[in-house]
Design a protein around this ligand. Structure first.
Ligand code: HEM
Length: 450
């Protein structure tokens, strides 16, 4: 009989893999003690780069400093650039979504990665580049092809990878995209290098500029910088667009939610003069709860919180964890455990909204310290954004983008399942990854302005 997470979710167990080292799956009860271990004992960067097989996808390119650079840049950038994100959301939806008042079929798996590439690109590379057809195509295609290459490599035993990798068509594609990116972004990188040396250097605020400036110190080429940009897209665009598609598949399957979420967005916008300000986004409490439930019920992977063990350590139960192995936490088990959630098998859009309200002060209306009810919290009961010091630094940006994109779709369009279709489109899985079925369609039409 097949084993389930319920049989093993609370034990340490080993997954013999095709990798050089096995994966150890640790129960979530150890998260707090794992969180206290320094990076020279548990290393997320190595584990994440191994997961995307960067050694093969981008040979000879050092990507280890990227998490630090993204982390230092992202929060100030989000504070400064929120209006620009909103502007780009409007532009990207105009470009990618049919504007007809007649019902039209749309495949969001094709369209959403391009929308998110443009919106995230506005922060990463600025207005001019993020709207160029070549940038959007490269960001979209490289993200998909790099994920496909990583998954294919995972299936090949590690000792055979150096021999088989050069024969893999997925790797030819990613290498071709990197060469195209160097050619396409090269002139911008070169001209910005010159500007940054000039006393009249403009106040560029995107990450491309930071990568260029740090590359002068690190002696990096245009090829290195172009590859770094593509990998930031892999981190940012893929998970954000999958989360939006998951949310759309849930909401059309439960159409009674559409009007409730639309009103939640409109009421929040009414308090901010129609602008997606920080406080307006925070006031979309029902949408926030819905999105967190989407994350819980449509996980991106069955195991998360990947770390490479650099030095051996001992768990509080006395078990020695040796160096060299990868560890991970069984997110599929954690987020469906009755210890963490009541009726975990139910999709309850208001689950976190209702929990948060229990913590609301009746007199002032303000919330006390809420137990991780926000979508963007790095919640150990769901783990979609990881956990601890090295949790996803892009989660606040992702939350802002997702709310703005869904907010615009809900308030400017009507959406529904095609005739004859009912229920939620089932997600597909490959290895530990889950993703929305890329062949499914939704009907959309522009809302009539009253
Ligand atoms: C819904 C969208 C997103 C999801 C679900 C997501 C998920 C994750 C997860 C699970 C991790 C590993 C954390 C850990 O192991 O503790 C991570 C790390 C990371 N994410 Fe995200 N992410 C999202 C969006 C973004 C965006 C928009 C960016 C930036 C543009 C970004 C940049 C990063 C970076 C740089 C890391 C590595 C952090 C480190 O090693 O310190 N992510 N993300």
């Amino acid at each position: 009989m097949a084993c389930t997470w319920r049989d093993y979710g609370n034990e340490v167990f080993r997954i013999p893999g095709a990798g050089a080292m096995d994966n150890l799956v640790l129960p979530a009860k150890y998260l707090e003690e794992l969180k206290r271990l320094p990076d020279d004992v548990l290393d997320p960067t190595d584990a994440n780069l191994e997961r995307v097989k960067s050694k093969y996808v981008a040979p000879g390119i050092d990507l280890t400093h990227l998490p630090g650079e993204v982390k230092s840049w992202i929060s100030p950038a989000l504070r400064r650039l929120r209006p620009e994100i909103e502007d780009e959301v409007k532009n990207a939806l105009l470009q990618e979504v049919p504007q007809s008042s007649e019902w039209t079929e749309i495949n969001f798996s094709d369209k959403m990665p391009r929308v998110v590439a443009m919106v995230t690109g506005r922060l990463l590379v600025g207005l001019e580049l993020c709207r160029s057809a070549t940038y959007v195509k490269l960001a979209d295609k490289f993200t998909k092809e790099a994920m496909a290459a990583a998954i294919s490599l995972t299936l090949i035993p590690s000792f055979l990878r150096p021999i088989i990798a050069p024969l893999l068509p997925q790797l030819w594609l990613t290498r071709r995209r990197m060469a195209q990116a160097e050619e396409a972004f090269g002139p911008t990188i070169t001209s910005r290098r010159l500007q940054s040396q000039s006393p009249n250097r403009g106040d560029q605020v995107d990450i491309l500029q930071l990568l260029i400036e740090s590359s002068d110190v690190r002696g990096k080429s245009n090829r290195d910088i172009a590859a770094e940009l593509l990998f930031i897209n892999v981190a940012g665009v893929h998970s954000t667009s999958i989360t939006i598609i998951n949310a759309l598949y849930w909401i059309v399957a439960k159409p009674e939610l559409i009007e409730i979420m639309r009103q939640d967005v409109l009421q929040a916008l009414a308090t901010s003069g129609g602008e997606y300000s920080k406080s307006c986004l925070q006031q979309m409490t029902k949408l926030d709860s819905f999105l967190k439930e989407v994350m819980r019920c449509s996980l991106l992977a069955s195991v998360l919180y990947n770390r490479k063990v650099v030095k051996p350590f001992t768990l509080s139960n006395g078990q020695l964890i040796p160096s060299g192995v990868n560890i991970e936490i069984p997110s599929s088990f954690v987020c469906s455990d009755t210890v963490n959630f009541e009726d975990p098998g139910e999709f309850d859009a208001f689950r976190f909204y209702n929990i948060a309200r229990e913590y609301q002060d009746e007199k002032t209306g303000s919330y006390g310290p809420k137990p991780n009810t926000e979508f963007s919290a790095a919640d150990p009961r769901i783990l979609s954004f990881g956990y601890g010091r090295r949790a996803c630094p892009g989660r606040f940006l992702a939350a802002a983008e997702i709310k703005m994109i869904l907010g615009h779709i809900l308030t400017e369009y009507e959406i529904k399942l095609p005739p004859g279709v009912s229920g939620r489109y089932k997600n597909l899985s490959f290895g530990p990854y889950f993703f929305p079925n890329p062949w499914k369609k939704i009907l959309i039409r522009k809302l009539k302005q009253s």
